[in-house]
Design a protein around this ligand. Sequence first.
Ligand code: AQP
Length: 345
Amino acid sequence: MELKERVFSGMQPTGSLHLGNYLGAMVQWIEMQKTHECIYCVVDLHAITVWQDPKELRDAIRQVTAAYIASGLDPKTSILFNQSQVAAHAELAWVFNCVARLGWLNRMTQFKEKAGKDRENASVGLYAYPNLMAADILAYRATHVPVGEDQKQHLELARDIAQKFNNDFRAEIEAKGYADGLFFPQPEPVITGPATRVMSLRDGTKKMSKSDPSDLSRINLTDDADTIARKVQKAKTDPEPLPSETAGLAGRPEADNLVGIYAALAGKTKAGVLAEFGGQQFSAFKKSFAEVAVGRLGPIGEEVRRLTADPAEIDRVLADGSARARAIAAPIMDEVKDIVGLIRS
Ligand code: AQP
């Protein structure tokens, strides 16, 4: 049986999507719609690995869905849905909890960062998060996963889980007609967005993140023009003028980050941006930066606001996407049950 090329990726509804999500992943998602069958999920089961206010979670699921559509994902071509509506994610995650090894999960840096010093108090779900992510991808036997750089380690784990499952159950898999025991593919990370690691506007050494307590650290896809301009103006810089060449960005994390974001938004290279602004103070650069950011993100924000005014329509999109997702995942999950030795109806 041939493995079809299929894209899967998702974002957590833990707040507003931001420039990091957009440049690191979403731009690539939009591009891949032209060439691949694409499944894009709002990963609400991942969101609850950290406590979420139920009302805010419902709003965030709809807002992230609206941001997907407003950014250019087409719910007719791609499958857009929220994870908890398709039971296969949770079912396969349990099987993978039994395939993945504790030692593998102990190496995950994101868990260490998110759990912080109070690790004993973190949820079991936060620890097992990478197994659920592997299930998200492999429930569709997806082959390509466009993500930001921070997800590389989780993708490697998904590949290890796929391989161990194929090895552990090789005889049953081959008996089902899969050549070389290849039931699950090795999903390929696609880390090629225009800026695969966007850093905080307040600290160039920290990732831009939804859960950063400072809203000034990120530009949200829903920010209006004034808010974007204010955040750009308040973005941390250093006292030196901008360098004329990229080598001059070394050791200047904030300058490097702002030049990288500007380049990604304007469709230029960092060298091209520095050829234009090298030798100038940040004030002139920031003015142009704000214009580019507002030009690119302003229309997305407006469209998100228009779409979220009609939650019933968003729920219809999610219901339709979930039905289409279920139609792909359910037969794969049935085969997983057969392979593992579980009796199904
Ligand atoms: N700063 C970033 N730069 C580049 N890519 C990024 N991504 C996230 N932040 C950046 C990419 O966006 C996709 C969805 O991420 P997520 O919502 O699953 O969660 P995350 O990576 O943990 O993002 P946040 O904003 O930091 O969320 P919270 O604060 O809730 O944990 C992924 O492809 C990710 O690589």
